[in-house]
Design a protein around this ligand. Structure first.
Ligand code: SAH
Length: 367
């Protein structure tokens, strides 16, 4: 029996504080509660939810079956402004990258990936990131602020609206864009509840994946949630020495602490864990690394996603050669570890893992 240790909890920092928060912050239950608080009938909450997620309107005035006074009240208290699309780029493989402007001028990137099994959106949870991984572009400018739940939801709504034109739907979500989702934990969980709701976008929990760099106290929290979403951990190295060099977060939560939290997660949920392992030439891609990795995770029900390092101009990691990638894979497989090499998408538009960045700050745009 693995026991949850008594460790210092982490808080969600850098929350925005808008006078009129996004209406997309509210779950269906929140909307129903709001209506009862305002002395309205409960069903008004369901109507608003339907306008937002089935009809996907972006103006309270379009919510035709609501009394004008209620539409005005909503307008006065909440913002429905969707994100402003500044740039939409399409890759030769169909991957699309969206640059969105937030209400306070910051910009974030969101990616739509096309697979034969459906359309997947890679959402951003923070403006920038403060984790400081030495290979990643998202962390270069530090963290400006967390996103509201509604700003994460809006990314999916906006992309769904783009897909509406061709009668397609968003079928899965990966919480793997800019930022560390476990440093914006409560809004992230709220986001999941909203997009998961079957009267709304109805994205099944099993089609949602969250990835963390290893914020251990939040892994315990996540293990105790009653939700069936997929869980990925950016591991990238089998020893503390290597991992701390690649990911400074390892100095706060080392591999032993991380593994304990993952064993607890597996005990609580019974679910498989995905490990992301970027192959950085000469750093963590030798046979002995593969053997150590296999030994480290052998007691977990898991899968390893090998990611050939993506080029980030400010970073000078080199890619492991193709043959060596497959040798690494074979070593893992031979040790009984389930592993695959991640298929790359959107590299020509800098939309691949680790290439996303918060483009410019509020000050720089002057808005
Ligand atoms: N902060 C979360 C979510 C980001 S997911 C996390 O760290 O898990 C994006 C994945 O891409 C992570 O596994 C990240 O470590 C990886 N990544 C970052 N930069 C990369 C690069 N240059 N090449 C390949 N993968 C990279």
């Amino acid at each position: 029996m693995i026991v949850r240790p008594d460790i210092k909890p982490v808080k969600d920092l850098f929350q925005p504080d808008f006078d009129t928060p996004s209406v997309y912050n509210l779950s269906k239950e929140d909307l129903i509660n709001l209506m009862t608080e305002w002395g309205e009938d409960r069903y008004r909450g369901s109507q608003v939810f339907e306008w937002l997620y089935s009809h996907r309107v972006d103006d309270f005035d379009e919510m035709k079956n609501l009394p004008k006074s209620l539409r005005e009240k909503l307008q006065a208290h909440y913002s429905i402004e969707p994100l402003e699309t500044l740039v939409k780029q399409e890759s030769v493989d169909g991957t699309m990258k969206f640059l969105f402007k937030l209400r306070d001028g910051y910009t974030i990137e969101t990616v739509l990936m096309r697979h034969d099994y459906g359309n997947s959106v890679c959402v951003t949870t923070q403006v920038g990131c403060r984790i400081g991984c030495s290979f990643c572009a998202s962390t270069l400018g530090g963290l400006k602020r967390n996103l509201e739940a509604g700003e994460i939801v809006s990314q999916v709504v906006q992309i769904q609206k783009a897909l509406d034109e061709t009668d397609e739907r968003v079928s899965s979500i990966v919480i793997m864009g800019i930022g560390e989702p476990f440093e914006n934990y409560n809004p992230m969980m709220q986001f999941i509840r909203i997009v998961n709701h079957d009267d709304g976008l109805n994205i099944g929990a099993r089609h949602i994946t969250v990835s963390t760099s290893g914020i251990v106290p939040r892994i315990y929290d996540f293990a105790d949630e009653d939700i069936q979403i997929n869980f990925a951990v950016s591991l990238h190295a089998p020893t503390d020495e290597q991992r701390s060099r690649l990911m400074p977060v390892n100095r706060a939560y080392d591999i032993e602490k991380l593994m304990h939290s993952l064993r607890y997660y597996q005990q609580q949920t019974g679910r498989r864990i995905s490990f992301e392992y970027g192959l950085f030439g000469g750093v963590n891609d030798r046979k002995e690394d593969a053997l150590k990795l296999a030994e480290l995770i052998e007691d977990l029900k898991c899968h390893v996603n090998l990611i050939p390092v993506n080029h980030v101009p400010e970073r000078n990691y080199v890619r492991t050669k193709r043959d060596d990638i497959f040798d690494f894979l074979e070593t893992l497989n031979h040790q009984g570890i389930n592993a695959t090499v991640r298929r790359e998408q959107g590299t020509d538009i800098d939309a691949a893992c680790g290439q996303l960045r918060a483009k410019e700050s509020k000050e720089e745009t002057g808005s």
